[in-house]
Design a protein around this ligand. Sequence first.
Ligand code: RIB
Length: 292
Amino acid sequence: MTKITVVGSASMDLVVSSNKRPVAGETVLGNSFKTVPGGKGANQAVAAARLGAEVTMIGCVGDDHLGNSILDNFKSNGVITDYVQPIAGMESGTAHIILAEGDNSIVVVKAANDCVTPTYVDQAEEAIKGSDIVMIQQEIPEETVVHVSEMCAKYNVPLLLNPAPARFVPQSVVEQAAYITPNEHEAAILFGDEPLSDVLRRYPNKLLVTEGKNGVRYFDGTEEVVVSGYTVNAVDTTGAGDTFNGAFAVALAEGKSLKDSLKFANRAASLSVTKFGAQGGMPTRSEVESSL
Ligand code: RIB
């Protein structure tokens, strides 16, 4: 079984659906409110575990009822939680999500996710060292991203950086990562005004820009390639990017080619949006394979 370690956030998503997104100063009536597990790190861990990988999560929750639910959810999805600690006196991370007009808006309160520090991650050095691939995102402190990148370099473990949500990424991390998976907005924050085609050429087979249902764009060393996405009836796009990353990591760790890994990941992501919740539609292995 392939071994994947995720260093990242684990939160609870507080999701309101309404017909209209309120503008500043406006109050609108919603249709429903639900509480479901989320957080980019946790979502990627669950996505990879459902697809058959042995997944270890490195993260922090609060010592509150949300933290207990987040831990239970990891366990019921088969994610190893040896390095997911409730932090005394802290609240669990939350994401406040409005689903309206066919898309989502999200405010994340990191809370305990800020306790995923370099020192905290050091206690899980053996897990990182023994991984086929490590995944990381940006709902944890920036210095932790740098530290994990250095640990991966030390142990020669490929690092998959999903630079979401968008923020500055140190050049050392950009250079060290084996794969970087921004969406178009995140790519613009990472690389500024430089034309995307130039940036893609600079990082062949490494910089993979996700373009939603249109697919993924990258430079294969000879030409720019788009691996097409799939059109489905989307119910909730929250977590689609996380499903993409989790599935991509699984396929790479199993030795699939880059192109086949991207096809697999696109398919998994397209299935994930057909159900409510970041993790609600994340597919199993057989669901992806039977639909490919
Ligand atoms: O990527 C989707 C996730 O982003 C949600 O589950 C929410 O927790 C936010 O962090």
